[in-house]
Design a protein around this ligand. Structure first.
Ligand SMILES: Nc1ncnc2c1ncn2[C@@H]1O[C@H](COP(=O)(O)OP(=O)(O)OP(=O)(O)O)[C@@H](O)[C@H]1O
Ligand SMILES: [Mg+2]
Length: 253
């Protein structure tokens, strides 16, 4: 097979040129990073799980009418996506306090927020993805007021959908981060969900025990990240069939 053109290699994924114009192939790596890549490790199988999990969430979102870049999964580590012009903002939705919000404002982890809260961070690793205001965004032209309104409503729809999906399997969605991109259709532009939805970009706590099933397991050295992600995939019913652990010897006739 001819070598594919690599478009971009990030910390967790690689983008390759897709088979048709306007498409990319998104490859999920096993790399885990935290604290702006100050902490790094290879977690075998993470890319396979995140590819499956992102497929699962994006498919569900497409089904309820939330537009996403996801076209179809190609294999264990790759999915075909629609190419977008990424808006250089991380859109964060919080249902309970955790992470940088708790740190910044001294709010105890787990405190319920009176309503879901949307925050924007400017995507710039060199600056550590700083929190920015809507004024900053408008002034520097990262997004228009209309884009901002559309991003907030898209993010809240994603929040409602994901909260329900997780609730059904006994998991609380504390917060998550998404990336949104522009697609052009004739003279019009539209915003669609891009990048990934996976336990790398969500905080997920077991409702009964409080056990963390997300990247905080890695950030905070709470045990095996692959066990946590596998448990999540198992509960959602999206574990790849060939990774089911063999628990007892099987007789072959
Ligand atoms: N549909 C898409 N079209 C174009 N770019 C995309 C699309 N979906 C995701 N991306 C971009 O592809 C890259 C995925 O790589 P990865 O998530 O590993 O990057 P990263 O290390 O987090 O760094 P950064 O997001 O700062 O570039 C990101 O830059 C993301 O913004
Ligand atoms: Mg990323």
């Amino acid at each position: 097979m001819a070598r594919r053109k690599k478009i971009y290699e990030g910390k967790a994924k690689i983008l390759y040129e897709g088979p048709e114009p306007g498409t990319y192939v998104q490859y999920f790596k096993d790399d885990a990073t935290a604290f702006n890549a100050a902490k790094h490790d290879i977690i075998e199988g993470k890319g396979v799980l995140n590819n499956r999990l992102s497929e699962f969430f994006m498919n569900g979102l497409n089904e309820v009418g939330v537009p996403t870049h996801f076209i179809r999964r190609l294999n264990m580590r790759e999915q075909l996506i629609r190419q977008v012009e990424i808006i250089p903002l991380e859109v964060i939705v919080r249902n309970r306090a955790a992470g940088s919000l708790s740190k910044r404002l001294g709010i105890p982890e787990g405190k319920v927020l009176p309503r879901p809260m949307v925050e924007f961070c400017y995507k710039d690793d060199g600056l550590g993805d700083p929190l920015v205001t809507e004024e900053n965004i408008a002034t520097f032209g990262w997004a228009s007021q209309q884009d901002l309104d559309d991003m907030v409503s898209l993010a809240l729809r994603v929040n409602d959908f994901l909260s329900g999906v997780f609730m059904a399997v006994g998991i609380r969605l504390i917060d998550f981060k998404i990336e949104i991109g522009r697609v052009y259709e004739g003279d019009y532009q539209r915003l669609i969900l891009a990048d990934e939805i996976s336990p790398d970009s969500c905080r997920l706590w077991d409702i009964e025990t409080g056990r963390k099933l997300d990247k905080d397991v890695f950030r905070q050295d709470l045990g095996s990240l692959s066990d946590a992600y596998s448990e999540l995939a198992r509960r959602l019913g999206v574990l790849p069939s060939n990774s089911t652990p063999i628990t007892k010897p099987t007789l072959i006739n």
